[in-house]
Design a protein around this ligand. Structure first.
Ligand SMILES: [Zn+2]
Length: 257
């Protein structure tokens, strides 16, 4: 199992992903924004789109679901918490497995950015370097999803849940290319954070298409929302009394920035 990431032209800095089986050439298209573009990407890589997966109901994540379904006849899978908000053929529970060929991927419910949100996690005990997560708008590089239509307590719980599931080498595939802005926020408050500085220098040389894919281990070094017990987060949040309070204050600071 592996992933092709595409930066979608004309979108809101959205990434779309094809999760595919090397053995069978079958692929799941996640959050299709532009059906024709995705079909073209699949064809150029000798893949056949046989499933459509949704992370959440926001318009930029479901824009071309119906068009892609019409073009491919692929069934649509969505988190059960999106019922009534999106059209789907299959509703996914927490920890439910999906299959592409023989290979399993786990769907996790991750409310917070919005009540109905799910992520797709591939873990391979024999080859942990091939682990990855399709994180939608729950987790971003150097940040987390906004809560304009969500709830910060739920988002905190969902990020804590990811701490339990993700492996150090797990590659993080996000719904948008926000890394540069998020690192600038990080460095505004934590100018001494070396990992943020060096990552921003690298990122500045890249385009959204060539952006390196970061691992969970790398994220832990500069993503403040994953570093709730660090000195810098303690001082930024005036040593709020617990992890959830520090997370909430961080989200607030990011919203104000
Ligand atoms: Zn969203």
């Amino acid at each position: 199992m592996d992933v092709i990431r595409t930066f979608v032209p004309g979108s809101f800095a959205n990434y779309n992903h094809l999760v595919y089986s090397e053995q069978t050439g079958e692929a799941a298209a996640v959050d299709p924004f532009d059906a024709a573009f995705l079909v073209d990407v699949a064809e150029r890589n000798n893949l056949k789109i046989t499933q459509i997966w949704i992370t959440h109901e926001h318009g930029d994540h479901i824009k071309d679901v119906a068009k892609l379904k019409a073009a491919t006849q692929a069934p649509v899978y969505a988190p059960v918490t999106c019922k009534g908000k999106v059209d789907a053929d299959h509703w996914l529970e927490d920890e439910q497995q999906l299959f592409i060929g023989q290979q399993a991927i786990t769907h996790l419910l991750t409310p917070g950015h919005i009540a109905g949100h799910g992520v797709y996690l591939y873990l391979n005990k024999q080859a942990p370097e091939s682990d990855f997560i399709i994180a939608g708008d729950t987790l971003f590089n150097a940040g987390v999803g906004n809560i304009k239509s969500g709830n910060v307590d739920e988002l905190y719980d969902s990020i804590e849940k990811l701490h339990k599931w993700l492996t150090p080498g797990c590659r993080i595939y996000t719904g948008h290319d926000y890394i540069e802005t998020n690192l600038k926020f990080t460095l505004h408050y934590c100018p001494q954070l070396e990992e943020a500085k060096t990552t921003l220098l690298n990122v500045a040389k890249q385009t959204p298409d060539s952006r390196s894919v970061q691992t969970w281990h790398q994220e832990m070094a500069y993503n403040l929302f994953l570093r709730l017990d660090s000195e810098e987060v303690c001082s930024m949040t005036k040593c709020a009394p617990n992890r959830k309070a520090r997370f909430t204050e961080l989200r607030h600071l990011r919203d104000q920035w």
